[in-house]
Design a protein around this ligand. Structure first.
Ligand code: C2O
Length: 532
């Protein structure tokens, strides 16, 4: 066994925050994760991966490195639908990669990743042969190529433009007020990286990958998450900061992941901020996708300017509204940022807890923050189930014509480093479809919505997949929720003079392959829209 050769005790101060172990290859350099799409069948990392997986499958169940035991960690602990999704899976991969390094005998082994944007089918090394002949083979049901609306460049470009960490990597659990580990699997809302490419690829592959409890038994799981992790690192490289909130940073995943010697690796979110701190890097980040000529989604205007038309146009709120809603108290040791962050309103909005807000608020309201800033918020309840032959429209009232209310903010050209107006819609408490292959297409303010409205309609916003709806821990009887950024769609519509009326209308059209139309039924119980 390679054991300790693979890790050198940290002396370098750069790694002090990480503690005693430095996770690098034997040469003391970061290992480089490369795309499986560029690897020959006998590529040394791919060959090492085959050896490692075969070795893990051969280990007795008593060994913590046994294949199914490692897979069971996912069943037992994985957070989905909240802001621990990304760091938890980063740690899971890092622990797995170290074990592969040891069991493969390749001291600089790096886990390949599957860049599904550029390789729409299962990499051949994972589909060839059968379970006896190929350790990477696993039964799957996928036949089609992964579609553009799930993994295409426009989806990735939208994801990489997410203005803050929770918009990018799913939001904090509703009502979270501590870093106690009981919050690990409580629900926040899924955002596009998770509900679209992450969930969509899981479901599309079929077999074990389509179930939370079994997905990491499929050797492709680790390469799928490699690409998700690479998108996180890419988003950071584009200049976006991770959350600074203590309930995120100080959260511990203790006693969940094994070290290669079988002992527990105790790790907190603050240890998982960059690949560098964990001794790996990616050969190629996705920064080019941000240059995709999707001009409708140029960064928004300066926040402060965007507020003025709103403050002027909307009638003053009733007296009961004058009491500022204060963010939930934070632990004492919060470091106030030295300067005002461009995303401070977004942060304040998240600290209030949109779900709590929606219980207090009916109709359109201006919500004043203790900081003196404000945003607009409105909700609508819903009883209707959308199905493949019957899209549902849920109107959310804003009591002023939208072109006046948000047009000027949508029109203004972007200013570097500032978060512009954002229109966030949250579909709350979604009863998931029985047919798990259902994709829920989300449109906004479409003038002639029908079951045949196409994906390239100007009013199309995104598509939602449903992975793990039956798995998450419900803090109540509620189902999961998703948050959708409507800004690029509304900007495109405004510029094309297609934005009318005084309501943001969410239109939902489920699409499924199965014959049973009712199995595609999707029902969100509430829609909330915030203009931030
Ligand atoms: Cu925890 Cu992709 O799953």
């Amino acid at each position: 066994m390679l054991s300790r050769r693979a890790f050198v005790a940290a002396g370098a101060s750069a790694f002090a925050a990480f503690g005693a172990i430095r996770w690098v290859g034997a040469q003391g350099r970061a290992v480089v994760r490369r795309s499986i799409g560029a690897m020959a069948a006998n590529d040394p990392d791919l060959a090492a991966y085959r050896r490692a997986v075969a070795a893990m499958k051969a280990l007795p169940p008593a060994d913590p490195r046994n294949w199914n035991r490692i897979a069971n960690i996912h069943r037992n602990f994985c957070p989905h639908g909240n802001w621990y999704f990304l760091p938890w899976h980063r740690a899971y991969l890092a622990a797995f990669e170290r074990i592969c390094r040891e069991l493969s005998g390749k001291p600089d082994f790096a886990l390949p990743y599957w860049d599904w944007t550029n390789q729409r089918q299962v990499p051949p090394a994972f589909a060839a042969g059968n379970a006896a002949s190929n350790p990477l083979f696993h039964p799957r049901t996928i036949t089609d190529s992964l579609p553009d609306d799930m993994v295409g460049r426009e989806v990735i470009a939208r994801v990489l433009r997410s203005p803050d960490f929770e918009a990018f990597g799913s939001t904090r659990p509703d009502g979270q007020d501590s870093a106690d580990r009981s919050w690990l699997r409580r629900e926040g809302t899924r955002t596009e990286l998770e509900f679209n490419p992450h969930d969509g690829v899981h479901i599309s592959l079929g077999g074990d990958m389509s179930q939370v409890t079994l997905s990491s038994r499929d050797p492709i799981f680790w390469l799928h998450h490699g690409n998700i992790d690479r998108l996180w690192a890419s988003w950071n490289q584009l200049g976006h900061d991770n959350s600074r909130e203590p309930n995120w940073l100080q959260f511990e995943f203790d006693r969940q992941f094994p070290n290669p010697d079988g002992s527990a690796w105790n790790v907190a979110v603050s240890d998982l901020q960059t690949p560098d701190a964990l001794g790996y890097a990616y050969d190629d980040m996705v920064v080019a996708a941000a240059d995709n000529p999707m001009d409708a989604y140029a960064a928004g205007p300066v926040l402060r300017d965007a507020q003025r038309p709103l403050d002027r146009d909307v009638p003053p709120a009733p007296a009961a509204d004058q009491q500022p809603i204060r963010p939930a108290p934070q632990p004492r040791d919060v470091q106030a940022p030295a300067s005002r962050l461009p995303s401070s309103q977004l942060t304040a909005y998240r600290q209030i807890g949109p779900y709590a807000l929606s219980r207090q608020v009916r109709g359109a309201r201006r919500i004043a923050l203790a900081s003196g800033e404000a945003f607009y918020f409105s909700t609508a309840d819903n009883d209707l189930a959308a199905s493949r032959d019957r899209p549902v429209a849920i109107p959310v009232p804003f009591s002023r014509p939208l072109p006046q209310l948000i047009g000027p903010a949508l029109e203004r050209e972007p200013t570097a480093g500032q978060v512009g107006l954002r229109v966030w819609a949250t579909l709350r408490d979604i009863e998931p479809p029985r047919d798990k292959t259902t994709r829920l297409r989300v449109f906004t303010n479409c003038e002639a919505m029908s079951p045949r409205t196409p994906l390239n309609d100007v009013s199309y916003a995104t598509s939602v997949s449903f992975f793990g709806g039956d798995h998450s821990q419900h803090s109540s009887n509620r189902h999961g929720s998703v948050s959708v950024d409507l800004t690029p769609t509304l900007r495109r519509m405004y510029r094309g003079q297609r934005l009318n009326g005084d309501r943001i209308v969410l239109q939902l059209l489920p699409v499924c392959q199965g014959a049973d139309i009712a199995a595609s039924n999707v029902r969100p119980r509430r829609v909330e829209v915030a203009l931030i």
